[in-house]
Design a protein around this ligand. Structure first.
Ligand code: NAD
Length: 233
């Protein structure tokens, strides 16, 4: 590898696990006792909107009681101190990267604390409930849904993410199972374009063989250690 300047970091549910937010795969494919098909698809929302809205209302309330952990804080420090390009692409819909102080963050699967109006297409910051069908602050219609990307929907910011991967010298994947595409394919995009690749995860992910190097352990240990190493080579 030549000079290390541009870093793209992909994070998944594992980075928030030690903050007390459930991962998906670790629950045996269940998310808070629900099958993904029942709460995280457009078809589920059409079939039983109350179930889906209640599920996201509960999670929206719960994440506001959680705090960033040492892994979020280490990545925020890297974001502050790294002088080259850096992008944290997160699959997480919690706001723990931002609450730790990171600013170069893209939420490819949307955000719990946003509501999206399907009538006027405007997104509004939202910390309360949606089950009671509140009016959109912009257009007044009761057409708000969680601003999260459900299975079968197109992830956000894909052009910006692929642009960053093209320029990356290093791609790091943290706390993700490598099971959900397109994020699971980023490691191959990055390495095909010449980036070095590193996995930091509790255990080998499904895509672990694609990485040049893998370090396994809890995010609160392996992430701060890696950040320390990269800032003080
Ligand atoms: P995943 O649940 O499929 O995989 C989590 C990975 O994290 C696993 O490989 C697991 O071994 C690892 N892990 C668990 N605890 C860890 C720890 N303490 N330290 C390091 N690694 C740990 O999650 P995913 O790959 O992000 O994909 C699931 C989908 O579910 C995503 O699309 C995401 O949007 C969504 N999701 C989001 C949240 C959140 O916002 N916090 C939580 C659950 C699921």
């Amino acid at each position: 590898m030549s000079v290390l300047r541009n870093i793209v970091i992909l994070t998944g549910a594992g980075v928030s696990a030690e903050s007390g937010i459930d991962t998906f795969r670790d629950g045996g494919g269940l998310w808070e006792q629900h099958r993904v098909e029942d709460v995280a698809t457009p078809e589920a929302f059409e079939r039983d909107p109350d179930l889906v809205l209640r599920f996201y209302d509960m999670r929206r309330e719960a994440i506001q009681t959680k705090a960033p952990n040492a892994a979020h804080h280490a990545l925020a420090r890297l974001d502050r101190e790294w002088e080259g390009d850096l992008l944290i692409v997160t699959q997480n819909i919690d706001d723990l990267h931002e609450r730790a102080g990171a600013s170069r963050v893209l939420h490819m699967h949307g955000e719990h604390l946003n509501a999206w109006c399907t009538a006027c297409d405007v997104r509004s910051r939202w910390t309360g409930t949606l089950i009671d069908r509140p009016a959109c602050p912009e257009c007044g219609k009761a057409a708000l849904r969680p601003d999260v990307v459900w299975f079968g929907e197109m992830p956000y910011h894909m052009d910006a993410i692929y642009d960053a991967l093209r320029e990356a010298d290093l791609f790091v994947s943290i706390g993700t199972s490598g099971a959900v595409y397109p994020a699971a394919g980023f490691v191959r995009n990055a390495r095909d374009l010449g980036a070095a690749t590193l996995e930091l995860n509790l255990e080998p992910s499904q895509g672990t063989g694609w990485f040049d190097e893998a370090r396994h352990g809890p995010a609160t240990e392996v992430v701060p250690a890696w950040v320390e190493e990269i800032l003080r080579p």
